[in-house]
Design a protein. Structure first.
Length: 307
């Protein structure tokens, strides 16, 4: 009978959706959603009830010895309710653990030396990246405006109008707009021939590449590439361009991240230097508060006449 019961088609029960008039309220709440919300609400109400009972039974004259070495921390202009130990209590606990003022000073100096070493290492890596990369334009590199390349031409206005940029730079017309990776025709021919597995036969293309009237002298050993070979060359060039663009983008991203990390390390180093100076003797006053970007507060020490 069980097999026959499974063979009978059952009615598919679907969940009721939210009416169109109440679609702006989101999905329709089901029983399981209500139970979760109800349980959470009741737990919060019971916790508030327990806190009210504890506050009503509180003794205003209650005192503990730990109150002498702690205070309630303020947060956003009010009391957060968190008890924070005073500096004197912290120092006593460090001395009890064997970490006196001298040990803490040595540890802080070691931290300062480590942070300074990491900042110098990141700075050298950024310099190496900047020396191997070129800032293309203001949008991609994030610095300055778009660069220009000015070419001075000797002659009349007709020479300026008939000036061929691709012939001047000895490259393809598709690569003229680049400020990077603009190989010459000879280099492109070598790379294409290497990928095809044939011998490299380079000839001078400066004079007759754009001259349609010139007749190329074909040697018996040189054959014109077929259409299939030309397509292979174009695909190989396209893949090479994509690979170069991807590696260049990754290099710029790494350089930006290292610049941001170096700035954070610089702020940490400045904070440790200020903390080290504040441990020294002398009267001081704060003239600038701590910045949100991590820069430490600025102090000014009172001048003291040297004996």
């Amino acid at each position: 009978m069980s097999s026959l019961r499974n063979a009978v088609k059952r009615i598919t029960h679907k969940e009721r959706s939210q009416p169109t008039a109440r679609a702006h309220l989101g999905l329709l709440e089901k029983k399981k959603d209500y139970r979760l919300r109800s349980t959470d609400y009741k737990a919060k109400q019971s916790q508030l009830r327990a806190l009210r009972i504890k506050a009503s039974n509180r003794n205003p004259d209650e005192f503990y010895m730990g109150m002498n070495s702690a205070h309630v921390d303020g947060m956003n202009g009010g009391d957060s309710g968190r008890h924070v130990k005073n500096e004197e209590r912290r120092r006593q606990e460090l001395v009890a653990k064997g970490l006196g003022d001298a040990a803490v000073r040595i540890m802080k100096d070691q931290d300062l030396a480590y942070v300074r070493m990491q900042r110098i290492m990141d700075g050298k890596k950024v310099e190496r990246l900047q020396s191997s990369l070129h800032y293309l334009d203001g949008n991609e590199a994030g610095r300055g405006s778009k660069r220009k390349h000015t070419v001075f031409i000797e002659g009349e206005q007709k020479d300026v109008e008939e000036f061929d940029v691709a012939k001047h730079f000895d490259t393809l017309p598709e690569l003229v707009g680049r400020a990077f990776n603009r190989p010459r025709l000879e280099t492109l021919e070598k790379e294409a021939m290497k990928k095809l597995g044939k011998k490299v036969t380079c000839h001078d293309l400066k004079d007759d590449y754009y001259n349609d009237d010139s007749e190329e002298e074909e040697t018996p050993n040189t054959k014109a590439p077929s259409e299939k070979q030309v397509k292979k060359q174009r695909k190989a060039q396209s893949r090479l361009e994509k690979r170069i663009a991807k590696s260049r983008s990754a290099a710029y991203t790494e350089m930006e991240l290292r610049n941001a990390r170096m700035q954070k390390l610089k702020n940490a180093e400045n904070a440790l230097v200020v903390e080290k100076q504040c441990r020294m003797k002398g009267r001081r006053r704060k003239i600038a508060e701590k910045e949100e970007d991590g820069r430490p507060a600025v102090y000014k020490w009172r001048r003291k006449r040297a004996k």
